[in-house]
Write a protein that binds this ligand. Structure first.
Ligand code: ADP
Length: 402
């Protein structure tokens, strides 16, 4: 039986959506609203051969959801809203409450709002997106898909910070990790392509935000983001791990508030902060190629940090079978992949330069012990699959028939 499932990703001024026909995993419509709340939002829709872009006066997520659903009806993408059986929402933070994607009822929605303390920018907006679609599609099952849930399998020793224990008890300060939906998707896709489940995978999600995840037999056992997505790797504008006493040092010298320091570490650091050029990896690569020292330095720092984490996670899992590259940089930047894999031959990681330049799915040298894969991520599809699994309770075998 065919189900129409909507995947929704609500940001503070944006709303991305993709409507799937499941279990065929066929996209019926996809697009986004940008600049929501500015008075003139930009709406982009792709449905079959049709493409549409329009400026529309929308102020919030409710109006965007209404506009989207009315447009899908008008354009005949769906003949009735009743046909949409499920809606899956990306939710930034599931805390320790949500260990997997979950059906959302009133109690779960309250829980998501409570977790706003841990994700003040994202969870309230995610909850608004959920309410907006619930109002128009009360018959559909609603499922929350949490960025943190996949990492709930990390051990206590792996998720605790060596701070006084009461901070964990009082405020929930621990490693949560993010990008879980993406790491899970690429790991499952790769395991499917290889026809094996018992793999030790190191997944590198390298986009504007970046994180590495160690996946042993399908379970996340370590990840580089932490209490917040600021931790771990160097990113487009985020510093990642630094000596924790640096913020206090700068605060004293420059009389800055905690909020100002967070702003510097989140938005003015990383590739942008070091290069002084851009947060966009393409700009940094071309500046480095034209001989700009700080751009080249930023790339070396970026890739060195990824290499260190790969080394650490190979240790964590007593070896590695597969390294996966995904997201904007991981999928497209052959030069970055080459730099990351430099000097990792001792682990069995050996890139084939030619396959790498051609962006093939498997880019390791013939006979190399470790598989290196380039797998495009697809968080929206993972969300739709989870609506089928936990919302409509259709096991995966059934989902993939027909
Ligand atoms: P987000 O985290 O916002 O979803 P993406 O996964 O789309 O980000 O990744 C965006 C990043 O991918 C940008 O830094 C962009 O420069 C980089 N990127 C995309 N294509 C290339 C390329 N061919 N070479 C280098 N970097 C690229």
């Amino acid at each position: 039986m065919t189900h129409l499932i909507m995947a929704v990703n609500s940001g503070s001024s944006s709303l991305k959506f993709e409507l799937f026909s499941m279990p065929a995993e066929r996209t019926l419509a996809k697009g986004l609203f940008e600049r929501l709340g500015s008075g003139s939002a930009v709406f982009t829709l792709r449905a079959g051969e049709r493409r549409q872009q329009a400026e529309v006066a929308l102020n919030d997520h409710q109006q965007a959801a209404d506009y989207l659903l009315d447009t899908l009806l008008q354009q005949g993408v769906v003949d009735s809203l009743e046909r949409i059986d499920g809606v899956g929402h990306r939710v930034a933070h599931g805390g320790e409450t949500f260990r997997d994607s979950a059906p959302i009822d009133d109690a779960a929605l309250v829980e998501i709002e409570k977790l706003s303390a841990l994700a003040p920018i994202h969870n309230p907006v995610n909850a608004r997106g959920i309410r907006a679609f619930l109002r128009r599609l009360p018959h559909a099952v609603t499922v929350g898909v949490f960025d943190t849930a996949y990492h709930q399998t990390i051990s206590e020793a792996g998720y605790l910070y060596p701070l006084p224990y009461r901070y964990y008890q009082d405020y929930g300060i621990r490693r949560y990790g993010f990008h879980g939906t993406s790491h899970k998707y690429v790991a499952e896709t790769c395991a499917g392509l290889l026809g094996r489940r018992d793999l030790r995978i190191i997944s590198c999600h390298l986009g504007n935000g970046a994180s590495v995840c160690a996946i042993d037999g399908g379970r996340s056992v370590a990840t580089s983001m932490g209490f917040t997505p600021l931790a771990g790797l160097m990113m487009g504008t985020r510093c990642g791990d630094i000596d924790p006493s640096i913020p206090a040092f700068i605060a004293e010298r420059e009389n800055k508030s905690a909020q100002q320091l967070l702003e510097i570490m989140n938005n003015a650091s990383g590739l942008l902060g070091v290069s002084g050029i851009s947060n966009d990896c393409r700009d940094i690569v071309s500046a480095a190629e034209s001989g700009n020292h700080r751009a080249a330095l930023a790339l070396t720092m970026f890739t060195d940090r990824i290499r260190s984490v790969i080394g650490a996670y190979a240790t964590e899992m007593d070896g590695v079978d597969v390294v996966i590259f995904t997201a904007g940089i991981g999928e497209n930047a052959a030069g970055i992949r080459r730099q990351v894999c430099r000097n990792l031959g001792f682990l069995g990681i050996r890139l084939d330069d030619n396959k790498n330049e051609r962006h093939l799915t498997f880019i390791q040298q013939d006979g190399a012990p470790v598989i290196v894969a380039v797998i495009p991520t697809n968080e929206e599809l993972m969300i739709a699959r989870d609506v089928m699994r936990v919302g409509l309770r259709l096991p995966k075998e059934v989902q993939h028939v027909g």
